[in-house]
Write a protein that binds this ligand. Structure first.
Ligand SMILES: Cc1cc2nc3c(=O)[nH]c(=O)nc-3n(C[C@H](O)[C@H](O)[C@H](O)COP(=O)(O)OP(=O)(O)OC[C@H]3O[C@@H](n4cnc5c(N)ncnc54)[C@H](O)[C@@H]3O)c2cc1C
Length: 480
């Protein structure tokens, strides 16, 4: 059977040896580092849930490619049902971890590659799709987690890749050898790169003549020599390292900058190399899949935020206050609109020539635009409901201090009978759900900046069809 348990997943990461830096120091034990472990635990939930009886039928399915049971996080969709399941599992897991579980980005790369490698082969007679399917078998048989190496550091945003004064601002092929290519560059915001076994690299934008060295896609293990993961700061990271004031939330997200310092990639792992006209389609397909994914996980996160809001109302003695109940409704309808858009994108999906199903990109982008604004509103409502202690609650260490602890326990009481510890834990969770930078910024920029969603909507919508509707009603027959 091709399924790993959560423990087997964590042990498999222990067997890897990536080059990692964090806060100026080399990290040699990734799995036991509290900051990174919180991210690994979040990804681990995708393995754990697949083993639970109640979720198994949703998360586990048969893969015709290896004729075995696989975790859906390794399965490009080959039906509308598969597209719908993507959103449902993301909502389930978003609610279980309350942050990003860091496994959808890799799946979204697999989905895009399963379509575009086939299309490139049709045009050029290349063998990218065969190589990709061999890689996919490896991922499915070993139940691997992959991360998405898409966002280049980009240097001067007004210049195309080959126009940059420093040629390495977009990841590029620096050398071609008989056995493979050597790549150089850096990918930013690499969600869960150290929770993953493989990094899948795609171009970050459409490309044109002159950009051939930059139109490259491939997959390599995350501990390949020359890969350097530099873990960035985020609002709550020191608390994880100190093991204090986290309110017991086990899960977290981190997004390193990953430097490719002349990394060798064997040809067997190269899925695009120089076909500039397909770079745009590859990133568009990835982004659309990823924006659909967000509709699932972020609605799951709002589920968790609603639960936190209601619990805080119980703890504060405000559960019957009508304006707060209205605000809970405002949170719920935001989650359902987000989810509804993503589910609709799935039901409107279409079969592609490779056999993979692609979602409706307009609906997926509409979902992401909604997320960019409405997650912030859901967070604002949650903070409104929970109260000001979200921002400045005394530390667990003060609560444990024998001199002031008893006074704090007295003054941090809420509704009668509610243990102070529970109120403190829930306030910490609210702080994390509403303010953790690594996850809340992704509501805006994850899967591309808001303008990218808008441009996608304009490009993918049937604008001429809509003009035709208006002209028909106005009885205008000419093209003008
Ligand atoms: C928490 C988080 C997690 C992420 N996870 C991943 C991941 O796992 N993998 C991955 O590959 N990426 C990931 N990303 C990256 C994400 O896709 C990018 O942040 C996003 O595409 C924006 O790119 P940027 O950050 O370089 O900002 P910029 O591209 O610099 O954008 C900043 C602003 O400038 C505008 N802009 C930039 N260039 C132009 C231009 N030429 N013309 C007009 N407007 C322009 C943008 O629209 C935006 O409003 C993640 C990001 C975040 C915040």
């Amino acid at each position: 059977m091709a399924l790993k348990t959560k423990d087997e997943y964590i042990e498999s990461l222990r067997g890897m040896n990536p080059t990692v830096y964090m806060f100026g120091e080399r990290i040699t034990n990734v799995v036991d580092n509290p900051r990174l472990r919180a991210g690994i635990e979040a990804t681990g939930s995708t393995y754990e849930a697949a083993g639970l009886e109640e979720y198994r039928s949703l998360l586990v399915t048969n893969s015709p490619l290896i004729n075995d049971q696989v975790n859906r996080f390794t399965l490009p969709p080959s039906s509308i049902g598969d597209l719908v399941a993507r959103v449902k599992i993301n909502r389930l897991l978003g609610g279980r971890v309350g942050t990003c579980f860091q496994r959808c980005t890799g799946l979204d790369c697999l989905c895009a590659l399963s379509i575009v490698t086939y299309d490139i082969d049709q045009k050029y007679g290349t063998e990218y799709n065969r190589r990709f399917l061999e890689f996919l078998k490896h991922v499915q048989k070993n139940d691997l987690a992959c991360n998405a190496g898409v966002t280049d550091v980009k240097g001067d945003r007004s210049l195309s890749p080959h126009e940059q004064p420093d040629r390495d601002m977009y990841l590029r092929v620096a050398e071609r050898r008989p056995g493979g290519i050597v790549v150089r560059g850096a990918k930013a915001h690499q969600t869960g790169s150290l929770s993953s076994h493989e990094i899948i690299v795609l171009p970050t934008r459409a490309m044109r003549k002159g950009d051939e060295d930059y139109a490259v896609a491939f997959a390599i293990p995350t501990d390949t020599p020359g890969l350097i993961h530099v873990v960035g700061r985020s609002t709550l990271d020191m608390r994880e390292l100190q093991g204090c004031d986290t309110g017991n939330t086990r899960y977290s997200k981190y997004c390193p900058t990953v430097i490719f310092n002349d990394v060798f990639v064997p040809w067997e792992r190269v899925f695009m190399c120089g076909e500039v006209e397909f770079a745009g389609d590859l990133v568009m397909k990835f982004s659309a899949f990823h924006r659909q994914s967000h509709g699932g996980c972020k609605s799951g996160k709002i589920d968790c935020m609603v639960g936190a809001a209601l619990t805080m109302m119980d703890y504060n003695g405000t559960s019957k206050v009508s304006h707060l109940r209205q605000k809970v409704i405002d949170m719920v309808h935001r989650a359902e609109t987000l989810y509804g858009c993503s589910i609709a994108a799935s039901y409107e999906g279409k079969r592609q020539p490779s056999g993979t199903y692609f979602i409706d990109p307009v609906l997926a982008n509409a979902s992401k635009i909604h997320e960019g604004k409405e997650m912030a509103e859901a967070g604002r409502l949650l903070v409104d409901i929970a109260g000001g202690f979200v921002s400045d609650l005394p530390s667990d260490r003060d609560l444990a201090n024998p001199e002031i602890g008893p006074l704090l326990y007295k003054y941090l009481q809420g509704a009668a009978g509610v243990p102070v510890e529970n109120r403190v834990k829930m306030l910490r969770l609210v702080e994390k759900l509403a303010l953790e930078s690594a996850d809340t910024v992704s509501d805006i920029h994850g899967g591309g900046s808001p303008e990218a969603h808008r441009v996608s909507i304009l490009r993918e919508s049937d604008l001429e069809g809509k003009k035709g509707l208006a002209k028909r009603l106005a009885e205008i027959e000419s093209w003008r």
